[in-house]
Design a protein around this ligand. Sequence first.
Ligand SMILES: [Zn+2]
Ligand SMILES: [Zn+2]
Length: 329
Amino acid sequence: MTKRQSFSVLFACLLLGPLHPSHAGIASAQPVPVRSATLVAASDSFKVLLLGTGVGPRVDLQQFGASILIEAGGERFLFDCGRGATLRLTQMGISIGSINRLFLTHLHSDHVIQIPDLLLTGWAGARRIIPLEVWGPSGTRHMMDHMQQAFAFDVHVRRDVDEKLPASGIAVVSHDIKQGIVFNQHGVKVTAFLVDHGPVQPAFGYRIDYRGYSVALSGDTRVSENLIRIAQGVDVLIHEGIDPEAVRNRTDHPYLAAIEAIIAHHTTPEQAGEIFNRVRPRLAVFSHAPNTENMISLTRKTYAGPLQGAEDMLTIVIGEKIEVRHFRR
Ligand SMILES: [Zn+2]
Ligand SMILES: [Zn+2]
């Protein structure tokens, strides 16, 4: 793809119907102790920033790796940290040192590969002075422990020998989570829910509730009844998608024999449209999906409501109105 294509619907400032009531009915996991975190800027705003909307492990210069930032009431929450997340944050004027909460949908490499940069550069290059707290599926703590070991030389030199940077900023607090409420502070509730990413288990989506508004992120999943139930009536639903024919037609795919398995672990545009019809968000958004006209036209076969294509550095402001802002480079 040589040209960025955007498929914004209608509105840069359009009222999209009444609020839906909050959902209920998810069993809470054990309460997770959390520290107070960096307060970014006093604000009641609720924003979603699509940092990277790309698909799979291959390098894509138009759509970076999977990563979404949510800002709620001046608090920042990063969901996945795929390739380029730290670059997109910087491009959007957000210090990576201000990110100290990271939620992982699953441990596929394209969702986690930029964590070392967030961890190390956020500390040494952007003055994070409190620990990075990470929530994710079983295996998250193990991965984070080993990441610290892998970079032990750099940490030791900067912390103990040369710059004497604060030890607290390179500490990590990891949580292996189960479905349920995993964060509930500052008026922001984050609920993890299981999705269906084929054999990649467990894999989570997240729902974020703030001041009566809500966002759900699918993570990687094929059609998930659990997602449809828990995301019911959210203001914004961000869902992944795959274009099966585009994948099948790729002659440069490194593992042709694996293509059908890959397709089977994701959601087609027609299926996504059916999900949007059942969840009824005020705005449906693709991320971790190709930014192509075909994705939109295939989705339109089954869904006629408000829809936004996958586009890096898109900002969605959620309130009485939902405003979609495209990034001007
Ligand atoms: Zn993925
Ligand atoms: Zn995946």
